[in-house]
Design a protein around this ligand. Structure first.
Ligand code: RFL
Ligand code: PHB
Length: 392
């Protein structure tokens, strides 16, 4: 058995674990991060692309360097299309705020590099990670690495291990309540080294299903189409994908879109999920470990960052001011913001997609919702506030 000792043991080296670790390290609070997979595998995962202003501020606070401001693209609005119309929510003129388009993979890479520069320990490719005795004053984490058993004794455990990780699953079912909604479709996404068709993101509601244009840079595009839940990437050649996407976009956009070979293609299911509470004495759930939102509105990564904000402030207060007020308030503060993002993501998903059960009545309601949005400054302001992210 190899024994380790630290103040905060962090399970999961995704954006939430890495950001929490970096903020703790910068405040002189020891932490060890463990992850089931390798660094390269984590960096090969293609996920979110839109960062709220509060997220960028948190990344600045973590000192992850200037790359995000050099390479990230500020967007002052987004476009939505429906019923042959093209409309825009202008966040910049409505509420003087922007979002930043910068890939989650880049955020993760920046955080990994920042962590390496501090020499804070990260152990990759561990097996059987398990939070233990977190209801007592002597919590610890066990795992195996290369067949050798390890144990990390700590003050607190941060469960930053995503939806499938062991942290939430180690909580007795009587102590946790979960809320869940599955959507009867997924998103088929591709990455291609072609210039984005428009400077801003386009969300398209179409009778053939949802379609979306996003990007990672001025030379790299990310496109999505709604697909069936049981669909498979092998069913879609690049040509089939582009043809179907074109059919779902406004005509001028479809005609001007540059296509090319994709180098990544994947299907993500859409789900809303919340676990309550997010604290179990010495164990905290953070990010996807506690909640999942459908990607419409790009809230998943941003919610992980706001959780980290509340938890980091609580832990900092605990160590520097000997107060438990922040960690005691963590679950309630985080969940209050989580539910608002869950509602917004659900609303945007419901407005923009075709459900197998959509009736003519539902269709009319969807169209009138989007028509109202296009005509009401109050509605646009509400959407803009949610899209750029509610305050922490
Ligand atoms: P992550 O990124 O899932 O990281 C969790 C880490 O925990 C590790 N882990 C374990 N470690 C040790 N032992 C175990 N037994 C473990 N089990 C798991 C994992 O290897 C991993 O490294 O969670 P985190 O840090 O909370 O970050 C959350 C975000 O990643 C997530 O909210 C977003 O990526 C969600 N999401 C999207 N969000 C958006 O805002 N826009 C998007 O376009 C978008 N696309 C996506 C997504 C999530 C996807 N997933 C989860 C399948 C597309 C996909 C495919
Ligand atoms: C993305 O670029 O992957 C993206 C952007 C906005 C969303 C979802 C995904 O709402």
């Amino acid at each position: 058995m190899t024994n380790h000792k630290t103040q905060v043991a962090i399970i999961g080296s995704g954006p939430s674990g890495l950001l929490l670790g970096q903020l703790l390290t910068l405040s002189g609070i020891d932490n060890i991060i463990i992850d089931r997979v390798s660094k390269d595998y984590i960096l090969s995962r293609v996920r979110a692309g839109v960062l709220e202003e509060g997220t960028v501020e948190m990344l600045d606070k973590a000192n992850i360097g200037p790359r995000i401001h050099e390479e990230g693209m500020l967007h002052g609005g987004f476009t939505y299309a429906f019923s042959g119309r093209v409309e825009r929510v202008d966040m910049r003129s409505l509420i003087n705020k922007n979002v930043m388009v910068y890939g989650q993979t880049e955020v993760t890479q920046d955080l990994m590099e920042a962590r390496e520069a501090t020499n804070a320990p990260t152990i990759y490719e561990v097996e059987d990670a398990c939070p233990v005795d977190f209801d007592s004053d002597k919590p610890y984490v066990t795992f195996k690495k290369d067949g050798v058993a390890h144990r990390i004794d700590c003050d607190f455990i941060a469960g930053c291990d995503g939806y499938h990780g062991p942290s939430r699953q180690s909580v007795p079912s009587s102590a946790i309540k979960t809320y869940e909604k599955e959507y009867p479709f997924g998103w088929l996404g591709i990455l291609a080294d072609v210039p984005p068709v428009r400077h801003e993101i386009i969300y398209a509601n179409n009778e053939r299903g949802f379609g979306m244009c996003s990007m990672r840079s001025t030379t790299r595009s990310r496109y999505y189409i709604q697909c069936a839940n049981d669909d498979h990437v092998d069913n879609w050649s690049d040509d089939q994908f582009w043809d179907e996407l074109r059919r779902r976009l406004p005509q001028d956009v479809a005609e001007e879109m540059t296509t090319g070979p994709s180098f990544e293609k994947s299907i993500a299911p859409l789900r809303s999920f919340v676990a309550e509470p997010m604290r179990f004495n010495k164990l905290f759930l953070v990010g996807d470990a506690a909640h999942i939102v459908p990607p419409t509105g790009a809230k998943g990564l941003n919610l992980a960052v706001s959780d980290v904000h509340y938890l980091f402030e609580g832990l900092r207060e605990y160590y520097q001011e000997k107060s438990t007020a922040g960690i005691d308030a963590y679950s309630q503060k985080a969940l209050s913001r989580v539910w608002k993002a869950v509602r917004f993501s659900w609303w945007f998903t419901t407005c923009m997609h075709r459900f197998p059960t959509t009736t003519e009545f539902d269709q009319k309601i969807q169209e009138s919702d989007l028509d109202y949005l296009s005509k009401s400054v109050a509605a646009q302001t509400a959407v803009a506030e949610n899209y750029v992210g509610l305050p922490f």
